[in-house]
Design a protein. Structure first.
Length: 308
C-alpha cells in the first residue's frame, strides 16, 4: 500500500546531467544522427593491443551507464575494450548495426527488435534480458493484491501502445486472461476478465495524481514515473517480472560478426552479479530491475522470429 511517507528522489545529479545535455544539443541544433557521440575512451597503453575493441550503440540511461561501469571495472579482465556510442533511436541503431558501423547495440527490447527485423530482413542475434523498467500496480486503499475486490476500478494509461503491457501485468497474475497486443481495456469479455475489473483511462502523467487522490482501487504506473510520484517499488502490489517479459532490454549483434566470441563475453558480463548489484544500488527505488542470471533463452537469426 502506498502511503504519504514515500522516498524522495535521490538522483538529482542525474537530472542535472540530462538538463545540461538537452541544452547543449538544442544550442547545436543536433539531429538524432549527430547526437550519437562516442563516450570518452581511456588513454591507450601497451596492453591495449591485446584487447578486442567492441563498438556498442547504447541509450544514455541506463544502458550507457551500465556499459560504462563494465568498461571501468570488468571488461579488461575479459580482454575487451568498449567504445560506447550513445543513441536513442533503435531503428538507427539497428541500421548502423546491419551496416557494420556497430558491433552490437543495447537500446531495445524484443518486440522493437522483431518489428525492425521483419521490416528490413536483418540477420541479428540477441542475448537474454538484462534489465527492465517495469510496470507496477499501486494502491492507496489496499496493501496486498488479494485484498483487491472483484469489480475494482483500475487506473490505466490512455496511450493505446502502452496498454498491452499494463494488461499483461494483470494477466501474469491471473486477474485477466487471453490478452493480445490489440486488446482494449474497455472491450474485455467476461472470459478475459472474470473478476469484473473496471478500467478508467488517464493521461500517463496524471496517473500518479489519481493514486494520490485515492480515485481508483489501484493504478498501473510505468517506472519512468516512479520518481515524479515518489513511489518505491517495494510498495507495489504487482510488479512486471523481467524474466517473463519480452520488454527487458537486450544486447543485439550481427549474427555474422567476426567478434562473435567477444560479444558473447560482453553479454555474459551484462548478466553478472556485479551488474545486478550496480543496478540495484543506482536505481534503489526500483525504476530499473536487473534480470540477473536470467533463464530466458537467447535468440538467434531473428529474421525467423514472429513479431511480439
Amino acid at each position: 500500500m502506498v502511503t504519504t511517507s514515500r522516498r524522495l528522489n535521490r538522483r538529482i545529479m542525474l537530472g542535472m546531467t540530462e538538463i545540461f545535455t538537452s541544452l547543449l544539443l538544442t544550442a547545436c541544433g543536433a539531429s538524432e544522427q549527430s547526437t550519437t557521440t562516442p563516450s570518452a575512451s581511456p588513454s591507450p597503453s601497451s596492453s591495449d593491443a591485446n584487447l578486442t575493441t567492441l563498438t556498442v550503440g547504447a541509450k544514455p540511461q541506463p544502458h550507457s551507464d551500465i556499459l560504462e561501469f563494465l568498461a571501468d571495472d570488468l571488461t579488461r579482465d575479459e580482454g575487451l575494450q568498449l567504445e560506447i556510442v550513445e543513441m536513442t533511436d533503435h531503428q538507427i541503431a539497428n541500421s548502423r548495426l546491419a551496416a557494420g558501423e556497430l558491433d552490437a547495440n543495447f537500446v531495445q527490447h524484443i518486440p522493437a527488435l522483431n518489428e525492425d527485423v521483419n521490416a528490413n530482413g536483418y540477420s541479428f542475434s540477441y542475448g537474454a534480458g538484462v534489465h527492465i523498467a517495469p510496470y507496477a500496480l499501486f494502491s492507496s486503499r489496499y496493501d496486498r493484491i488479494e485484498a483487491l475486490p472483484e469489480g475494482s476500478t483500475i487506473g490505466i494509461t490512455s496511450v493505446a501502445a502502452d496498454q498491452y503491457r499494463a494488461l499483461r501485468l494483470l494477466e501474469a497474475h491471473r486477474l485477466l486472461s487471453d490478452i493480445e497486443r490489440d486488446t482494449k481495456p474497455a472491450e474485455l469479455s467476461d472470459q478475459q476478465n472474470p473478476s469484473g475489473l473496471q478500467f478508467k483511462e488517464y493521461d500517463t502523467d496524471a496517473l500518479d495524481q489519481q493514486l494520490e487522490d485515492n480515485a481508483t482501487g489501484a493504478v498501473i504506473i510505468h517506472a519512468r514515473h516512479f520518481d515524479q510520484a515518489e513511489l518505491n517499488i517495494e510498495d507495489a502490489l504487482l510488479v512486471e517480472e523481467v524474466n517473463l517479459s519480452p520488454h527487458s532490454s537486450i544486447l543485439v549483434w550481427n549474427s555474422s560478426n567476426e567478434h562473435h566470441e567477444a560479444i558473447q563475453r560482453l553479454d555474459e558480463l551484462l548478466h553478472s552479479d556485479e551488474v545486478a548489484t550496480y543496478i540495484e544500488e543506482n536505481w534503489p527505488e526500483g525504476e530499473i530491475i536487473p534480470a540477473g542470471q536470467s533463464d530466458a533463452p537467447e535468440g538467434d537469426d531473428t529474421e525467423q522470429s514472429d513479431s511480439e
